[in-house]
Design a protein around this ligand. Structure first.
Ligand code: S3P
Length: 181
């Protein structure tokens, strides 16, 4: 089984994914890092060269190939974790494969929490140009429904540490596993 982590930029997908992979003793993958490795370029460089549309196409290509390889390998019992980019599932095909082929966890955060996390962290995030709080509010309004409708599990992260969020996910995964055993 592949567990995917989605949520807005700054919600802690990668940190939580890494922590969870320690708790569950399983491999961790980061989609943004895989795209950068594949392109041999940073995300801002990719955006500068081929724009958001080109980047979204790369996201879809890399994600589909990872998920089909993993599905063929038959990772049905061993857990692997992948943290997605904040906008990955805004591409319909990505949302569909994430929903069908992974157990998707949405790290849900308020605009206040995201603003605090993203303060001084906007470099390297081409989608956050301009006033950060306004941009978060604007993008969240476009994205919130897709996060909620694509995820199988929603975890509220406001006021929680990375460790607490990872433990919440572990508990939920174990609870589901017990339920299905
Ligand atoms: C994006 C989020 C980024 C990265 C790219 C676009 C988005 O990932 O994929 O800059 O559209 O929300 P993080 O959520 O890991 O910052």
């Amino acid at each position: 089984m592949i567990l995917s982590i989605t949520g807005f930029m700054g919600c802690g997908k990668s940190s939580v994914g890494r922590k969870l992979s320690q708790l569950l003793c399983c491999p961790f993958m980061d989609l943004d890092e895989m795209i950068e490795a594949e392109a041999g370029k940073s995300i801002p460089e990719i955006f500068a060269e081929i724009g958001e549309r080109g980047f979204r196409q790369m996201e879809l290509t890399v994600l589909s190939s990872v998920l089909s390889v993993k599905t063929e390998e038959g990772t049905t019992t061993i857990l692997e974790i992948i943290s997605l980019g904040g906008g990955t599932i805004m591409t319909k095909e990505c949302a569909q494969i994430v929903r069908e082929r992974t157990l998707c966890v949405y790290l849900k955060a308020s605009v206040q929490t995201l603003s605090e996390h993203l303060e001084g962290e906007t470099q390297g995030r081409p989608m956050l140009k301009g006033n950060v709080r306004e941009r978060i509010t604007e993008l969240m309004a476009q994205r919130a429904d897709t996060y909620e409708n694509t995820a199988h599990i929603i975890i509220d992260i406001d006021g929680k540490s990375v460790d607490e969020v990872a433990e919440n996910i572990r508990d939920e995964v174990e609870r589901r596993h017990r339920g299905s055993a």
